[in-house]
Ligand binder design. Structure first.
Ligand SMILES: [Zn+2]
Length: 402
């Protein structure tokens, strides 16, 4: 065996019995309790500028014997998460704030590790076995997995649903790789469209799915309705639940869309090129809303790890590479291009460009390894070059996945 095997996450809905619900609630509570205790100790030392201690959960078991009733690996996981949080903070204080105290109202979850087969899945009976639970939890196994279970995170959403996210050490997933049809593709991340893609077959635009737009409108309405209700009333609780359900729906729907789109792109292309946009930097500008909604950073991370799994090449070009400003035909650089210019005409060769399509073509050329001198493009129009005119017109042939 060479190197580490890739880890894959599988998330399933689970249906705990009443007794199991009680056990989960206890475990969530103990994890929160231990987190807050350890955090308090650390923060006290931090404020006094003393050396930060590394307390272990075992330390509290004598004083708080109820901690012995829950899965001890869940408490160890809390300790690990907290250490990671501090470690990240000291590595990059801007990006990682100090960890916060956990409240009961937040999404509840706990993670536990597999030791000596303490976590198992029975695919025949649809049961998940967890430490300290004698009977398995009913689980909806909508897909199978092979490999060794590393850990499980049990979570309860705001609307009272339970999920188990299982981390599995899989065999090399390249075993079921589809052969790519296109040598390369360039992806331009847009504001009007989610992305514009160019590959060996031409260009196309992918819209933000309509169901997400509609879902977000509904979310706004529910948010308003919730804030109008009197706090603590029955109606307020009902509105809170409806709001939580809508939040969950949108986040699931968006993830589903991003997974399907990134998988389709990885399946089709051997080399995938995107701009290295500084998403975090952009988020600070007034574009914030539409960018955070569009889920770019998630999309890029999905592309990246899927590329790794399926043996594709993933390239993020330097954010100073002017993919929008270069004419893909002659290499002329349009310094005056403004953010609101959706189309422009190249003064050097006369070609009219759709901004996003032109950018994605330039990124596609990077993928083909022809980005160095743009001049070279003119002389070297090889058969696997782009169609003379991209097949995407002004309005764009839009594809919606999901
Ligand atoms: Zn030109």
């Amino acid at each position: 065996m060479q190197g580490k095997l890739p880890i894959k996450a599988y998330k399933y809905r689970i249906y705990p019995t009443d007794a199991q619900v009680v056990f989960f609630a206890k475990t969530f509570g103990c994890c929160r309790f231990v987190w807050n205790k350890m955090l308090e100790e650390k923060l006290q030392a931090y404020k006094k500028k003393e050396r930060i201690p590394q307390p272990t959960p075992a330390k509290y078991k004598k004083e708080f014997p109820f901690l012995k009733e829950v899965d001890c690996f869940a408490l160890v996981a809390v300790q690990n998460h907290l250490e990671d949080a501090f470690h990240n903070h000291f590595k990059n204080r801007k990006l990682f704030k100090l960890p916060k105290f956990k409240k009961k109202r937040e999404k509840q979850s706990y993670t536990t590790y597999n030791t000596n087969n303490s976590i198992r899945v029975d695919f025949e009976k649809s049961l998940l076995y967890l430490p300290k639970l004698r009977k398995g939890v009913k689980i909806e196994l909508h897909r199978r997995f092979d490999g060794k279970i590393k850990s499980v995170t049990v979570s309860r959403t705001h609307d009272g649903k339970y999920y188990a996210s299982i981390l599995v050490e899989t065999d090399n997933p390249r075993n079921n790789v589809v052969e790519s049809k296109s040598k390369a593709c360039g992806i331009d991340l847009g504001l009007e469209h989610f992305v514009t893609v160019t590959n060996d077959f031409g260009s196309y635009k992918v819209e933000h799915p309509k169901y997400l737009r509609r879902g977000e409108e509904r979310l706004k309405r529910l948010q308003k309705s919730f804030s109008r209700k009197q706090k603590g009333s029955k109606n307020s609780e009902k509105a809170r639940l409806r709001l939580a359900r809508q939040h969950a729906y949108i986040s699931n729907a968006r993830n589903d869309f991003l997974h399907k789109l990134s998988k389709a792109i990885i399946d089709e292309n051997q080399v995938v090129v995107v701009e290295d946009i500084n998403v975090k930097g952009l988020l600070k500008t007034r574009l914030a809303k539409s960018i955070s909604d569009s889920g770019w950073s998630k999309f890029l991370s999905y592309l990246k790890y899927k590329a790794e799994w399926y043996g594709r090449t993933f390239i993020q070009v330097d954010c100073f590479y002017p993919s929008s400003k270069l004419c893909h035909r002659c290499g002329y650089k349009n310094e005056d291009l403004a953010l609101h210019d959706r189309t422009w005409c190249c003064p050097a060769c006369g070609e009219t460009h759709d901004r996003d399509v032109n950018a994605s073509i330039n990124l596609y050329f990077v993928g083909l390894g022809r980005h160095e001198g743009m001049q070279a493009l003119v002389d070297d129009r090889s058969p696997n070059g782009l169609p003379q005119k991209p097949s995407c017109d002004e309005t764009g042939s839009s594809t919606t996945y999901g």
